[in-house]
Design a protein around this ligand. Structure first.
Ligand SMILES: [Zn+2]
Ligand SMILES: [Zn+2]
Ligand SMILES: [Zn+2]
Ligand SMILES: [Zn+2]
Ligand SMILES: [Zn+2]
Ligand SMILES: [Zn+2]
Ligand SMILES: [Zn+2]
Length: 1757
């Protein structure tokens, strides 16, 4: 058998059993048994405890090995016999055969893992819960549609193949039914052989029953009959169960105490408990386990209920484990055959002997909340694989589910697990199938059941039976949270409207509606408020619960209305029911009291004695609002006009209908007017949500509709009088001398009343003007959405997501935006930053309504400003007249009469009158503006009527004639028109002038129309404009002139401002990043324009060697940014410093696996060519006096100390580590670089020694130094020392060329670099200090050279100023830093460095040349040489000669290095053509090397290729060297290197004083170099590396890039969903995070993957940054679609991801679900940021701008 190999792994006890066991024989024994169940149980009783009871497992290292053993034993000893029995043959072949014969149903049914991507089609899905798996989606038609992508929360399955789930394209390519597929009606069991069917039934029922019994088993010490183990020992488990009350930390702490385990084990236990729901934490005898239990219970019972722990007998646990395995086995077996699946379904749903609810599935469901998480998950999975995949049994199961609904929900409510692990979460699979939902509604009265269950669980009521949420306890709040899932179920049931109604459905729906009205009645009037006067309220009342409920129900209410709209009979009946519910509510209104009667403008009305400012008022009026909704439907479906007799319209009392909504609106107005200030924030929040897009559809909008409905049924004068009275403004407009009030009243009251008047006028505008609801006005839903969009875009251009947020979503999460948007707006694509924007097309501007009811006050003023500006720009007048509204529906037609009723005219007259004679604060422009708007609306209405009418007869509107009448009481002066005319030229009303002009013009037009209407048919407005043309032209010209003046002034100011900005940017942090970029662009441009006094004409510029041209003649004048004083940079002057940031870097690393060096013993003198860790220095280029900076830094430190005492927060910078922000640009810095003067031009009179001479002298000097050092150490004079070259004085102590302040700064920067580079404490005596400075100089130059190369920028002249300044000060500083270190240190370094080039027997441990980065070597040699040279007092040599020789030597070494590492595959090209001189020389050199290495190198015949290799390989070195010497010696670059293009090579070589044929270097000094090359090659390291193929670095080193990302984001999501946590055995990771540098996927933000770094636990990301990025990391959080930057342990920020949707927006958090695609430009931008070492700076700025980022525990990510 196949398993024979692994048998020795099995525990010995089982071995013998195992060898003798035959599954086949056991199966045949069972086959003939009389009682199969008994036989099987006997078998299980023996084997299950022996296999699955192996003592303490878990936590320890070998657990996965043990698991494998268990798994194997289970399969072979327990499951295999069952399979034999079922199939009657060898299982593997039997199952294969079954699968082959199977004709699968077309359902995909793929069950989603947590985090797996799911796709839904927004065009074809029946509802948003219908989803596809990635495979099916890619093979479906929907991938061409508008789709939505989300990540699964786990559970749920792919709906591919379910015809009901999709309006179109229900099948993917794979699941498309073919002709051979069986008919869905056919019984798949019939396909199976009869005997197998019989065996299937019996085996399935035995196993399923066994599993159900075991999982629902509640005794810890006993087993069901027949399962008792033959030999029962005293072995127990202490089992810990999961709950949602205790935190991870609590559990871990308790476990460490109770079972005495390590922290690590405790974490592992806690993780498993959290995942599986239970875990044994101790194994042993009863006493032992009981003891642990009591400790756990004692420790966790203090604050809350204790953790659940049970001591269970090992055999019980073993059987429960096997029960789970058995369920999984069943799930697997039925995958092979639909027939078997159906058999299992039958077995599962078969009623037991106990009748109702006795099937095995029922038992599972009803015990769901008692089971632990792991058990639930496994049986839910089985239900999904079986019942839900079989259409017939899905229905039967759904009925059982619905029958038990109330009990399941109650169990869930008592339970404390999340909903995803409750069986109730299966509702989404059942209720969203429309036919199923309908069936359950009709047969099981599902709608009513859900609503009643819901209402029953909200038990807190007040005296009137309304919900009471204030003084809600945490426990109740928790329960309230759970009960909300029922609303979700209700939504599933209602989500698709019926296309056909049956009488049964009508009956049950209306019954459900009745139940729903009961629910709404409990909400009507809940959480009432009373205005607080005098004192502020003591406690903010709870308001959120009520609004949560309202928000959750919003879609339900809308859906119920949609259902009603599809059937007239249902609508009529629903209207009746709703009305009677409302009258029930109204019965509590105090109508018994005496009404008050009002009279105004000749009209009288009676109304309630009620004042919002004194009596109770509530925002919650769902019954009224539902009625309003149904009323609109009556109008829309024209039911009202067709069956008026069936409607109880006569019962309606309009004043009663409007009463409550009006109170609510008045409440809002009074809150705005500041009358409710003492009621606190609770009320303000409520008002906010009342208008908010999430609630307004079923709150504010419906209140307006109700007022419209009421007003259309009332005398408009009466309506307005009631409105006036509710606003408590009646007396103002009714009293004869209405303005008297201002003299008496105090200022506050006047202001309040002004606001109230404004609000009231606004309300009237809305009541008349808001017609964009289908049913109120004659519009379609399309128009409604379009109008919303127009008004949003009138504020400013907006991104897609902003628009979506501003629009209400329907139950399908759709706003209708996409259908409309392109007709009104044009799309502007985003750049590298920002997002795509929609801009309103100009032709839609005329639809702008300033009093659009969904504008907040802020929106309104922004929109007004934007619109006026737009009109000015177009040279138009700035009047914002009302747009032409759509016509009203018949039911609402009489609304227009409000506009011309007497009361309104009186109000208009009064306001205009005040405007004519403004006094004190008794009048506001807003009031006037609203009145003008109302007048405009009335005129438009009249104009419309005139235009549309055929004769005078049907014109009911005569506003123009009414406003010409002189004012009636109370306003005694002139007509409205006269008042308007007198206002036209009022100087204090300049902004309203255009509007008044527009009105007067309209009046004139209408007059003309009326006059002509008898003779000529119609006159349009445009004709009327003619006569005013000349006046307007003049006006226009004047306006234009003014505009031009304004523009010039603006430009001047802008110029001044930008000038100021350049000097000082500190005001606006948000704009900071942007302005910094601009600044950078402008400064670099400036640098290009004026190359600092460089003699470009000089062709033969040389930057190194005795012939070089210096820059010392130039004086350097700089200004301190702090004190603004100018200062010259001099060696003995006051020190000037440059703010700088030093950081470790792995950007250039070619080997990320290399461990970080041990800080104590690391020898940095030779940089390995893999550049695995470097030190980078950057600067913002801002210069300060050292003293000014020190004062500043001390102040920062002091401030920080004080701040930390006050509040223990963090800052974006770490003062203790020397960090500070540049005082000018706030750039993160951690040190300063002192500025040093230029080097002197070499003395040309001195001879330049040849290489030979120089080498000889230097060797002598080195020898002298050697002996001197030895003398120092040993104290012994070794006889006669080596010959001392003339003038060389070993004991000469050079004079320090710098002032003390500069020296101090040199130490400061040296220490910073040392500290950061090695991560050690400062130590000035350490020999490595100068090396680290040289290192950062070399590394920074190298990384900048790479950037310039890859961005194809010229080597010189393209760097921004700040980098230029940084490099030059860094290089000059590096050349001087040796003065601060002990001289001998530098000598030793030089000697060792030189020995790499000129092998020296006295120096040990010199690396071979393959292990040295040549550029670093060059820089170190050159910089350390100065110290040796300073001893030469002969005056016969210049330091520059040495530089040149060193350059030549290193270049030759590099050539050899490249040749040794190049791999030239033999490509035969140009074999016959004679090679150039260069090629021949290259071949020669190569052959020399082969000779030295005894042919370890391959033979190469093509010199052409070798030479190409060399040329390409050495270029980066030459370029870096050119930069280095340029900055070191301040030599102007040659013109050819200021541009890109041909001739670079020659220019570079000549600039570096090298022959352009580099091989000549070697050729011309052949005899001198030959022995050196020989010795390089003879280094044992070289041969070893070449032979072992260990060459890891080849030249040129390729630049590092961030990893490739897929174009389609879902590919990433899919990748991440299959990623498992590397630590907790195959668990899904919750926050999979991708390292953008190396491509590792990490398990972030999770306990399981925390690691200790420097004695602190950090998350996977932070830990990774220390190995991959030397403390700095760039990640992509895949589930969140968010880029994460981390630096060190405390700093980090989020950054927009490089993925955009089609609307040019990112989707951080993956909330919107639009398909996302890679934006290459943005990704390159991130890459650039990384390569420029700018990430730390970005983090600094982000944290500075957003303090909440500082508080995040970045190290835990
Ligand atoms: Zn699928
Ligand atoms: Zn499919
Ligand atoms: Zn589709
Ligand atoms: Zn200063
Ligand atoms: Zn700065
Ligand atoms: Zn993990
Ligand atoms: Zn990495």
């Amino acid at each position: 058998m196949a398993a024979s190999q692994s048998e020795r792994d099995l525990p010995s006890a089982l071995c013998s059993e195992f060898l003798n066991f035959s599954a086949k024989d056991t199966a045949s024994l069972w086959l003939v048994a009389a009682d199969l169940q008994q036989e099987v149980y006997r078998h299980l009783a023996v084997y299950v405890p022996r296999i699955l009871c192996q003592g303490p497992s878990g936590g320890s290292s070998n657990s996965s090995r043990e698991e494998q053993r268990e798994e194997l034993a289970c399969q072979l000893l327990l499951l295999a016999p069952l399979e034999w029995l079922l199939l009657g043959e060898e299982p593997a072949s039997g199952l294969a055969l079954l699968q082959e014969k199977n004709q699968p149903s077309p359902l995909c049914g793929h069950v989603f893992k947590v985090g797996e991507p799911t796709y839904s089609c927004r065009e074809c899905a029946a509802d948003p819960t219908c989803v596809l798996c990635m495979q099916c989606f890619l093979g479906s038609v929907h991938k061409e549609h508008r789709y939505r992508m989300t990540t699964s929360g786990g559970g749920g399955f792919c709906d591919c193949g379910d015809a009901e789930a999709w309006k179109k394209g229900p099948y993917c390519q794979k699941h498309t039914p073919t002709a051979s597929n069986r008919d869905t009606e056919e019984d798949p069991v019939a396909q199976l052989p009869a005997d197998m069917v019989a065996r299937g039934y019996s085996i399935f029922s035995i196993i399923l029953k066994y599993a159900v019994d075991m999982l629902t088993w509640e005794q810890e010490d006993q087993l069901p009959a027949g399962l008792e183990p033959p030999d029962r020992g005293d072995t127990y488990y202490c089992m810990l169960f999961n709950d949602e009350v205790h935190t991870y930390e609590q559990v871990i702490y308790t476990l460490q105490k109770a079972v005495n385990c390590s922290q690590k084990e405790a974490v592992s236990f806690a993780t498993t408990v959290d995942r599986d729901g239970r875990k044994s934490v101790r194994y042993g005898d009863f006493q032992f386990c009981e003891q642990a239990k009591s400790v756990i219970v004692r420790n966790t019972s203090r604050q809350s209920k204790p953790l659940r722990v049970e001591v269970m007998h090992s055999s019980v646990v073993a059987h429960q484990c096997f029960a789970l395995k058995a369920l999984s086995w069943l799930g697997q077996v039925i995958q092979y055959s639909d027939g078997l699946r159906r058999i299992l379904c039958q077995v599962g749903l078969q009623r037991g002997p106990e009748g109702e609810n006795s099937s095995l599935v029922d038992q599972l469901m009803l015990n769901d909340s008692k089971m632990w998480k792991g058990a639930r998950n496994i049986y839910h999975q089985l239900l999904m694989n079986s019942l839900l995949m079989d259409l017939k049994y899905k229905k039967i199961f759904a009925i059982q589910f619905a029958k038990n609904y109330r009990r399941l929900q109650t169990d869930f409510m008592e339970d404390d697990h999340e909903r995803v692990v409750s069986v109730t979460s299966l509702s989404v699979q059942l209720f969203t199938v429309p036919t199923m939902a309908r069936m359950l509604m009709v047969e099981e009265n599902l709608m009513t059941t859900i609503i009643r269950t819901f209402v029953d669980h909200l038990r807190h009521r007040d005296l009137q039976g309304r919900f009471q949420f204030d003084r809600y306890t945490a426990q109740q709040a928790f329960k309230f949270g759970r009960v909300q899932s029922l609303i979700g179920d209700l939504k599933y049931v209602l989500i698709s409207r019926p296309s056909e109604w049956t009488d049964q459905l009508r009956l049950k729906f209306l019954e459900g509606l009745e139940a729903f009205l009961e629910l709404l009645k409990c909400m009507q009037g809940m959480d009432p408020v009373v205005r607080q006067v005098g004192q502020h309220i003591e406690m903010e009342p709870e308001w959120e619960a009520a609004f949560t409920l309202q928000m959750k129900l919003t879609h339900i209410i809308s859906m119920i209305q949609e259902w009603c709209s599809t059937d007239e009979r249902v609508l009529i009946e629903a209207y009746r029911k709703c009305l009677s519910a409302l009258s029930h509510c109204h019965s509590s209104l105090p109508d018994g009291e005496q009404p008050i009667s009002l009279s105004l403008a000749g009209h009288c009305v009676e109304t309630f004695r009620y004042q919002v400012s004194q009596d109770k008022v509530s925002i919650h009026l769902p019954v009224c609002r539902l009625l309003a909704g149904l009323h609109v439907l009556l109008s829309r479906t024209e039911v009202a006009s067709r069956f008026p007799e069936q409607l109880p319209l006569g019962e309606l009392s309009p004043p009663l209908l409007i009463e409550l909504p009006l109170r609510c609106l008045v409440l809002c107005a009074q809150v705005h007017a500041g009358m409710w200030r003492r009621n606190g924030f609770s009320l303000i929040n409520q008002i906010y949500y009342y208008h908010n897009v999430k609630c307004r559809v079923e709150m504010f909008d419906k209140d307006i509709i109700m007022l419209q409905a009421g007003a259309s049924m009332m005398d408009p004068n009466h309506f307005l009088m009631i409105v006036l009275s509710r606003f408590e403004l009646f007396h103002i407009f009714s009293s004869a001398d209405c303005r008297k009030r201002y003299r008496e009243a105090n200022k506050d009251v006047v202001q309040q009343q002004n606001t109230l008047i404004e609000e009231m006028l606004h309300l009237i505008i809305m009541v008349v003007c808001e017609r964009y609801v289908s049913g109120v006005g004659q519009v379609e839903p399309f128009d409604e959405v379009r109008r919303e969009i127009i008004h949003q875009l009138s504020i400013r251009p907006m991104a897609h997501s902003e628009l979506v947020k501003a629009l209400p979503e329907n139950g399908n999460k759709e706003t209708g935006l996409e259908r409309v948007i392109d007709s009104v707006a044009s799309f502007k694509k985003p750049g590298v930053t920002g997002r795509g924007l929609y801009e309103l097309r100009p032709e839609w501007n005329k639809h702008f309504n300033l009093y659009f009811h969904h504008y907040s006050r802020a929106d309104q003023s922004k929109a007004e400003e934007a619109q006026r500006k737009l009109r000015r720009q177009n040279g138009e007048d700035t009047a914002l007249p009302p747009p032409v509204p759509p016509p009203l529906c018949p039911l609402f037609a009489s609304l227009v009469n409000l506009l011309q009723c007497d009361v309104l005219l009186a109000v208009e007259g009064a306001v205009l009158q005040w405007a004519v004679e403004p006094s004190g604060g008794g009048w506001t422009e807003s009031m006037l503006q609203r009145v003008l708007h109302l007048v405009g609306m009335a005129l438009l209405e009249e104009h419309q009527q005139l235009e549309n009418s055929s004769g005078d007869d049907d014109i009911t509107f005569s506003y123009t004639s009414k406003i010409t009448r002189p004012g009636e009481a109370p306003s005694t002066s002139g007509s409205v028109l006269a008042l308007l005319e007198s206002l036209q030229n009022a100087p204090h009303l300049e902004i309203h002038k255009d509007m008044i002009t527009w009105i007067l013009k309209m009046v004139a037009n209408i007059k003309t129309m009326r006059e002509r209407s008898s003779s000529i048919s119609t006159v349009t407005i445009s004709q009327g404009q003619g006569k005013e043309e000349t006046v307007r032209d003049k006006d226009k010209a004047e306006r234009k002139r003014k505009a031009e003046m304004a523009r010039l002034r603006r430009e001047k100011i802008m110029a001044q401002m930008s000038e100021m900005q350049k000097h000082f940017i500190n005001e606006n942090k948000e704009l900071f990043q942007q302005s910094l970029e601009e600044l950078e662009a402008s400064t670099s441009a400036a640098a290009e324009n004026s190359p600092p006094s460089m003699e470009l004409s000089c062709v033969s510029q040389v930057c190194v060697g005795p012939r070089r041209v210096g820059g010392a003649e130039r004086r350097q004048l700089v200004t301190c940014i702090l004190c603004q004083e100018e200062q010259e940079v001099r060696g003995h002057g006051r020190a000037m410093v440059l703010a700088a940031f030093v950081q470790r870097s792995t950007v250039l690393s070619k080997n990320r696996r290399r461990n970080l060096p041990n800080p104590e013993h690391h020898d940095p003198l030779f940089m390995h060519p893999d550049l695995s860790l470097g030190i980078h220095t950057a600067s913002c280029g801002h210069i300060m006096h050292a003293t000014c900076w020190q004062r500043y830094f001390e102040a920062v430190q002091l401030k920080e100390q004080r701040r930390q005492q006050r509040l223990r927060g963090h800052t974006s910078y770490d003062v203790e580590n020397g960090e500070f922000l540049c005082p000018l640009c706030e750039c993160l810095s951690n040190t300063v670089i002192p500025l040093l003067p230029h080097t002197h031009t070499p003395d040309h009179s001195v001879d330049h020694p040849s290489l030979e001479v120089w080498l000889k002298t230097t060797s002598q000097q080195v020898a002298v130094l050697h002996s001197a050092h030895r003398k120092q150490i040993d104290g012994v004079a070794e006889g006669a020392g080596p010959a001392v070259p003339e003038g060389f004085r070993v004991d000469f102590i050079p004079q320090n060329p710098f002032s003390s302040s500069i020296s101090e700064m040199i130490t400061t920067f040296s220490m910073s670099t040392y500290k950061v580079g090695l991560k050690v404490n400062p130590n000035e005596q350490d020999q490595r200090v100068p090396v680290l400075i040289w290192s950062t100089c070399a590394y920074t130059i190298q990384s900048i050279e790479r950037l310039l190369m890859d961005e194809e920028k010229p080597l010189f002249g393209s760097l921004p100023c700040r980098q230029d300044d940084c490099l030059s000060s860094l290089t000059r500083f590096s050349s001087a830093c040796w003065t601060a270190a002990p001289v001998t240190t530098t000598h030793t370094h030089f000697i060792r460095l030189l020995s790499a080039l000129v092998p020296d027997s006295q120096v040990e441990n010199t690396p071979c040349i393959l292990d040295i980065d040549m550029f670093h070597l060059l820089v170190y040699c050159v910089l350390s040489y100065s110290s040796v040279h300073s001893l030469d007092q002969s005056g016969r040599s210049v330091v520059d000669s040495a530089h040149l020789h060193l350059l030549h030597l290193v270049t030759v070494a590099h050539l050899v290095q490249i040749l040794l590492t190049s791999t030239t595959e033999e490509v035969c090209m140009d074999q016959d053509s004679v090679g150039s001189e260069e090629e021949e020389l290259t071949c020669q050199l190569h052959n020399t090397l082969r000779k030295h290495l005894n042919s370890v190198l391959p033979e190469v015949t093509s010199g052409w290729q070798l030479f190409r290799c060399i040329k390409v390989g050495i270029l980066p070195f030459l370029r870096a060297a050119a930069l280095f010497f340029h900055y070191l010696n301040s030599t102007a670059p040659p013109a050819d290197l200021l541009v890109t293009g041909p001739g670079q090579w020659e220019a570079l070589c000549s600039y570096l004083s090298l022959p352009s044929n580099l091989l000549q270097l070697y050729q011309s000094q052949h005899t001198l170099l030959e022995p050196l090359i020989n010795r390089w090659c003879c280094h044992p390291g070289v041969r070893q590396m070449l032979q072992e193929g260990g060459v890891s670095v080849r030249y040129p080193r390729e630049s590092n890039q961030l990893i490739e990302l897929p174009e389609d984001y879902s590919v990433l999501i899919n990748q991440a969903s299959s990623f498992t946590c590397p630590r907790s055995g195959g668990d899904k990771s919750r926050a999979p995070t991708l390292c953008l540098v190396c491509g590792s996927m990490l398990c972030s933000q999770s306990y399981c993957c925390q690691t200790e770094v420097d004695g602190e636990d950090v998350g996977a990301c932070t830990a990774h940054t220390f190995t991959c990025g030397a403390g700095l990391g760039l990640f992509l959080r895949v589930r969140e679609s968010q880029v994460l930057f981390v630096a060190g342990k405390t700093k980090g920020c989020f950054y927009p991801p490089p993925y955009l949707d089609d609307y040019g927006e990112t989707d951080q958090g993956l909330k919107r679900g639009n398909p996302l695609h890679l934006c290459v430009d943005r990704y390159r931008k991130i890459e650039r940021l990384w390569r420029q070492h700018g990430v730390a700076e970005v983090i600094g700025h982000a944290q500075e701008a957003n303090q909440t980022l500082v508080a995040i525990d970045w190290q835990h990510l």
